[in-house]
Structure formats: structure tokens, C-alpha cells
Design a protein around this ligand. Structure first.
Ligand code: ATP
Ligand code: MG
Length: 349
């Protein structure tokens, strides 16, 4: 860009919290400063497709970053696009457009806008337009048509999960900003980094863990954040995650989970028994039970959420059956379900 030529389009992807947004914005800001130092006018735009919401808002965002005023609604997407292209042509501008959470656009609309943006190169005589697309959906490339993918991913950059060591440096920097000097121990930071590095490598969750640990220390009136506060924070975060998962379960999945809990206490937690218990509970609150086929897909949903675990038990020539057990405290379940009136009635039963 500094040599007035067109940089390749770039597709950035990787799992959530691996620094895609932070790093891209950091690099683009640096580039922008260099432009200004050299008395060049920078044409950079950043837009988060999910926050923009529509194709129209997305293209309007590019227009706005060039200083073009477009109405909030009322124009066709193609009209705004052609205004953008003609501006680039006239101003002989080198434009770099970062489109974050680009998968949102493709899933909710189509890849048409991306197609037009990436093929615009051929329509601009002077000036250039390059795109950086960012996505945390590793499957997303499959949703893109071949015509778009080959143009958008002229270059690709994959962000791997952070290692414990990398997380440690990120956390040290944050701790310096966030805590009174000396109030956060190196041991606490190291533990946060080690736990997060081995589980997910997500910097956002690592920073969250350190924050919650700080809050735990504060509640304790402790002068320093220690390893025990990190452990307490981890448990707290895990519990919140489970409670949230329980609270938002579909109605029948809730009943099914209650049935599993009832069966586990009697040591007879085979698929058949669980289904009978589920049907009995449905009957108690006068609702129709789902078929066994439907409940078995609910079972795998509960399994994926980590609320239950299933194992296959072999009985030799008597066949095989699935043994089901809960992974959560019954008390947590009943607490999480109390907001649901029908379920509460069932619990009273
Ligand atoms: N290299 C880094 N140095 C400092 N902070 C970082 C770094 N990488 C990530 N972070 C911080 O971690 C958090 C998550 O990073 P970021 O938002 O860039 O993730 P992402 O890959 O864009 O995730 P998502 O796919 O969910 O959008 C942010 O608060 C960010 O500031
Ligand atoms: Mg991001």
C-alpha cells in the first residue's frame, strides 16, 4: 500500500480468543500511523459484520470511512457499492477494508457482497481495494462459493490457540494495567496461564479468569491475588457456565434430565428405564412424551453440553445398552430450573 500497489486480499481465521481482532487492529493502526507520517491519506476501514447486522450497513460503513455520506436506508446495496468504486477511481485511493466476523454475512445473506467486493478490482482503473476477512468459524470456507474463496483467500493466515507461555505474557501485561502494583502474584498469573493454555488457549477466557480471581481476592479481603483465588475463580466460572446451560435447555430436555437424576439414584440408569421415567414425568404434568427417537437426540445434546455422560455396556449375547449418568449435582439442577413454573410443579411432585 505504501508503494501504491494493491496488497493481496487476506483471510484470517482461527478459534475464538486467539487474537484475530486484536492483532489485525493493531497492525492496521500501525500502518495508518505510517501513512500519516509520510503525509499520505490513509483509507482504512474496520467493520464487524455481526454488529453491522446487514449487507447494507456493511457497505455503508466502507462508504462512510471514505467520507461519503449515504442514507441510513433507502439505497440499493449495488448503488452504494458503485458509489464507493467510483470514489476510489476518482480519488485514486488505496483502500483497505477489514471485515470482521465475515461468516455472519455469508450465513445470513449470501456471498454476493463479497463477490462484488472481490471482483471490483477489475472495475477500478486507478486506485485499489483490498479486503481482510476474519472468521472464527473454521467451516465457513465451505459456505463460500469457489468464485469468492479463490479471490478472498489470495493469502491466508491461521491463528492457532495461544500456548500457556504466550498467555502468561498477555496476562502479565494486563495485570500491570489492572492491579495495584504487587497485588497480583506471579504464581496466580502462571496458574491462570497454565490452566487456560492447556484447556483452550483462549486469551479472552484467560483474562476473564484472572479478573474473577481478582474479585475473589477482593471478597476475601486478601492483600494479594493467590493461586487459591484462581482455583476458586475457575470453579465459579465453570458453575456459571453449567447453570446457564441448564437454564436454557429446551423443556423436554429438562424433564429428561430430571428422569436421569431419578434413575441414577436407583442405579438403574439404562436407556429403557430412563425413557419410562421420562414418560411417567410427562404424564404427571399432562404433556405428551416425545418418541424414543427424539429423546435420543436430546440425550446426545445433554452429552455434548457435558451435563450427562453415557457409556455402552455389553451384556454378551443379551445385547448392549447405554448406561447414562449425570455429571452435575442434582441440587444445581433444581436451583437452575426454579425459574420454570411447569418444571417447578414437577419438582414439587
Ligand atoms: N497478543 C495479544 N496481546 C494482548 N492481548 C491480546 C492478544 N491477543 C488477544 N488479546 C486479548 O484477548 C481478547 C480476545 O482477543 P480477540 O478479540 O482478538 O480474539 P478473536 O480471535 O478476535 O476472537 P473471536 O473469534 O471471538 O472474535 C481481547 O481482549 C484481546 O485484547
Ligand atoms: Mg474477533
Amino acid at each position: 500500500m505504501l508503494h501504491h500497489s494493491r496488497p493481496s486480499n487476506l483471510l484470517v481465521y482461527g478459534k475464538t480468543g486467539t487474537g484475530k481482532t486484536a492483532v489485525t487492529r493493531y497492525v492496521v493502526n500501525k500502518l495508518q500511523r505510517t501513512f500519516i507520517q509520510q503525509n499520505l491519506r490513509p483509507y482504512f476501514a474496520y467493520c464487524n459484520a455481526r454488529l453491522c447486522g446487514t449487507e447494507y450497513r456493511t457497505i455503508a460503513e466502507i462508504a462512510a470511512s471514505l467520507g461519503l455520506t449515504v442514507p441510513f436506508t433507502g439505497l440499493a446495496v449495488s448503488e452504494v457499492l458503485s458509489r464507493v468504486l467510483s470514489y476510489i477511481n476518482h480519488a485514486n485511493a488505496n483502500v483497505l477494508f477489514v471485515l470482521d466476523e465475515i461468516d455472519y454475512l455469508v450465513k445470513n445473506y449470501s456471498d454476493d457482497l463479497l463477490y462484488h467486493l472481490t471482483t471490483s478490482v477489475d472495475k477500478i482503473q486507478s486506485g485499489t481495494l483490498s479486503l481482510i476477512g476474519i472468521s472464527n468459524d473454521l467451516q465457513f470456507k465451505e459456505d463460500l462459493g469457489a468464485r469468492v474463496i479463490s479471490r478472498l483467500s489470495e493469502e491466508e493466515l491461521v491463528f492457532p490457540p495461544y500456548s500457556a507461555e504466550e498467555l502468561r505474557t498477555i496476562l502479565e501485561q494486563r495485570a500491570e494495567l489492572a492491579f495495584i502494583p504487587g497485588s497480583c502474584t506471579q504464581a496466580a498469573i502462571n496458574l491462570c496461564a497454565a490452566l487456560s493454555g492447556s484447556e483452550h488457549g483462549d486469551a479472552r477466557r484467560a483474562v476473564d479468569l484472572l479478573r474473577v480471581a481478582g474479585e475473589a481476592a477482593e471478597r476475601d479481603n486478601a492483600p494479594q491475588v493467590l493461586e487459591k483465588h484462581v482455583r476458586a475463580a475457575l470453579q465459579h466460572i465453570d458453575q456459571d457456565r453449567i447453570t446457564e446451560a441448564l437454564r436454557t435447555l429446551p423443556f423436554h430436555a429438562k424433564i429428561l434430565l430430571l428422569a436421569i437424576i431419578n434413575c441414577t439414584s436407583t442405579e438403574k440408569s439404562m436407556t429403557g428405564t430412563v425413557y419410562q421415567e421420562y414418560a411417567r414425568l410427562c404424564n404427571t404434568c399432562s404433556i405428551d412424551a416425545l418418541t424414543t427417537r427424539r429423546t435420543s437426540s436430546l440425550l446426545s445434546e445433554l452429552d455434548t453440553l457435558g451435563l450427562i455422560s453415557t457409556s455402552i455396556v455389553n451384556y454378551g449375547r443379551y445385547g448392549r445398552t447405554k448406561k447414562i449418568s449425570t455429571q452435575v449435582q442434582p441440587q444445581m439442577v433444581t436451583e437452575a430450573f426454579t425459574g420454570d413454573t411447569l418444571i417447578t410443579q414437577l419438582l414439587h411432585h
